[in-house]
Design a protein around this ligand. Structure first.
Ligand code: SF4
Ligand code: SF4
Length: 474
C-alpha cells in the first residue's frame, strides 16, 4: 500500500493565522451574485487586460515584489522520500517566437526566455518540471532537457507522458526511448499514461499492445521511479483505471474551483476517490487555462472583500494547493510575472479557510453561467491540417463574450449593434490571420479526439463562422 505524507511548511500554518480575515458567510457571498453594488476596497487597481493572464474580465495587479527564495511549500512522499515543490513548472506554455524556415514561418520556443524562467524557478525553490511529448509540437521535452542539464540530477524531478497518438506497440516503445534521449535523462521521476480520455484508447495502447506491462517493467528496472496517469475521460473510465491491480504512484486530474462541482467528471469525485486510496494527486488546469485569472466584477468584489489585494489567480492556486492529498499544482508560466506571482503564492502557501471555499463555491455558480467555449489553450489540437488556428479563434470569441462584445445577429439593428458588430469583425481580423479563421474548417474531424476538454471543435467553428458571415452580410 502506498503511504502518503503531505507536509506543508510550518510557516504556512503560521501564515494562516497572520492572514486570517473577517469571515464572509455563504449567504453574504450569494448576495453578490447578479449585482455589482459592493465597492472595491480603496487602493485596488482594476485591470481590464492583465498581461499575466489573457482573456476574461477583471483582475487586479499582482504584488510581485520581494519574491522569496527560501519559503517554498513542499510535499514529501513517504514511499520515495521525494520532496517536491507544491508549485510545479508546467512546460506546455514556454514563451515562443516566430522563425522563418524553408517550409515557411514556424512558432518555436524562445529558449533564451525559457532559460531565464527555468533558472528563476530553480533559484526560488521550484524543483518539479512537467513535460509531454506533444507540448510545443515535440520541442518541450528537448528544451526542458537542455535547460535542466546544467543542474545536478538530484536537484530536480522531471515528468513526461506517453502520448495517445502512438500508432503501434513498436511506435510506443520507440517514443518512450526517444523521450529519454530528448530529455537527456537515464530515468524519469514521474511517468504518465497521458490524457486517458477514452476506453478504446486505454484498451488499445495499454492492454492490447501491452504498454501497461511494459511501463510496469520499466519501473521495476528503475527507469521510471513513479508511474501514474493523467485523466480527461468519463467517470466509468476513471473508476476502471483506478481499479486496475496496479500500484499507481500518482494520478493527475483537472481540478479547480469551477470543475470541483461542474467538471465533466466533478473534481470533487475524483479527488475523494484518490484520497480514499491514499494516492497522491497532481493538479492540472488550476486556472482553467487562464479563465479563472480574470473574473466578473461581482466575483472580484466578493474576493476583494474577503482578501483585499489578492488576485483571482492567487485564489485559484490557493484553492488547488490547500487539499492535503495534493502533491503538486502545475502551472504553465510564460512570463516572469506569472512565475513571480505564483512563487509568492506558494512561499509559503496560505491554506484556504472553509469560509473562503464558500466564496469560491458561490463564484463557481456565477462563472458557470458565462457562455464561453471551454478551451484552455492547451494547443493539443494544433496544427489543423487546413490551417485553422483553433485556440486563437476560441480565445478571441471567449474574450468578446466576456467583454459583452458579441453582437446578436437576431437582435435590433441599432447603433449599439452596429458598433459591436464592427468591433467584433475588426478584432477578429486583427487577432487571427484570414487564412487561419473559422471559415477554413472543413469538418475533417482530425482535431476532435485530441481535445482534452471534449469540445465539438468543428461544430463551434461552424457556429462562429456562421455568425461572422451573418455580421459581414448585414
Ligand atoms: S475539423 Fe476543422 S478545425 Fe478541426 S482539424 Fe479539421 S479542419 Fe481543422
Ligand atoms: S480546442 Fe481543445 S485541444 Fe484545442 S486548445 Fe482548446 S482545449 Fe486545447
Amino acid at each position: 500500500m502506498i503511504t502518503f505524507e503531505h507536509t506543508k511548511t510550518e510557516s504556512s500554518m503560521n501564515d494562516k493565522k497572520r492572514h486570517f480575515t473577517d469571515k464572509i458567510t455563504r449567504r453574504q457571498a450569494l448576495r453578490y451574485m447578479g449585482l455589482g453594488a459592493a465597492v472595491i476596497p480603496a487602493g485596488i487597481w482594476l485591470n481590464g487586460c492583465s498581461n499575466a493572464h489573457k482573456g476574461g474580465l477583471s483582475s487586479i495587479a499582482p504584488d510581485i515584489n520581494d519574491v522569496p527564495t527560501d519559503r517554498m511549500t513542499y510535499t514529501t512522499l513517504s514511499r520515495t522520500g521525494d520532496r517536491i515543490s507544491l508549485l510545479g513548472f508546467g512546460t506546455m506554455r514556454y514563451p515562443t517566437m516566430e522563425i522563418t524556415t524553408a517550409e515557411g514561418p514556424r512558432t518555436v520556443i524562445d529558449k533564451e526566455k525559457a532559460e531565464k524562467l527555468v533558472d528563476y524557478a530553480m533559484a526560488h525553490g521550484i524543483n518539479y518540471f512537467d513535460s509531454a511529448w506533444m507540448y510545443h509540437q515535440g520541442d518541450s521535452e528537448i528544451v526542458t532537457g537542455e535547460l535542466l542539464k546544467k543542474y545536478p540530477r538530484d536537484r530536480f524531478y522531471v515528468a513526461t507522458k506517453l502520448p495517445g497518438s502512438v500508432q503501434s506497440r513498436e511506435d510506443a516503445i520507440a517514443t518512450y526511448h526517444r523521450q529519454m534521449e530528448k530529455m537527456q535523462v537515464s530515468y524519469f521521476d514521474y511517468y504518465h499514461l497521458h490524457s486517458l480520455s477514452s476506453d478504446e484508447m486505454y484498451e488499445r495502447i495499454y492492454k492490447r499492445w501491452g504498454m501497461l506491462d511494459f511501463l510496469i517493467n520499466e519501473k521495476k528496472e528503475g527507469r521510471i521511479r513513479n508511474l501514474g496517469w493523467s485523466f480527461h475521460g468519463d467517470k466509468e473510465l476513471f473508476d476502471k483505471v483506478l481499479d486496475e491491480p496496479v500500484e499507481w504512484d500518482f494520478v493527475m486530474i483537472q481540478m479547480n474551483y469551477l470543475d470541483w462541482k461542474y467538471g465533466r467528471v466533478p473534481a470533487e469525485y475524483m479527488y475523494q476517490k484518490l484520497a480514499e486510496r491514499n494516492i497522491p494527486v497532481m493538479i492540472m488546469e488550476p486556472l482553467l487555462g487562464s479563465r479563472l485569472a480574470r473574473v466578473s466584477r461581482s466575483v472580484l468584489e466578493m474576493m476583494q472583500e474577503a482578501r483585499p489585494g489578492e488576485t483571482p489567480a492567487r485564489w485559484a492556486f490557493r484553492f488547488a494547493g490547500s487539499f492535503p492529498q495534493v502533491m503538486v499544482v502545475l502551472s504553465g508560466m510564460t512570463e516572469i510575472e506569472h512565475l513571480q506571482e505564483n512563487i509568492k503564492t506558494f512561499s509559503p502557501l496560505n491554506p484556504m479557510t472553509d469560509n473562503e471555499r464558500e466564496i469560491l463555491a458561490a463564484s463557481a455558480d456565477i462563472i458557470r453561467t458565462y457562455k464561453v467555449i471551454r478551451c484552455t489553450d492547451c494547443k493539443y489540437c494544433v496544427p489543423c491540417p487546413y490551417g485553422v488556428d483553433i485556440p486563437s479563434v476560441f480565445l478571441y470569441h471567449n474574450k468578446a463574450t466576456y467583454d459583452s462584445n458579441i453582437p446578436d445577429p437576431e437582435g435590433a439593428r441599432d447603433a449599439v449593434f452596429r458598433r459591436a458588430s464592427k468591433a467584433y469583425l475588426a478584432g477578429y481580423d486583427r487577432a487571427i490571420p484570414q487564412l487561419e479563421q473559422a471559415n477554413h474548417c472543413v469538418n475533417c474531424g482530425d482535431c476532435v479526439p485530441t481535445c482534452p476538454q471534449h469540445i465539438d471543435i468543428p461544430g463551434e467553428m461552424l457556429r462562429i463562422d456562421t455568425m461572422v458571415q451573418q455580421l459581414k452580410s448585414l
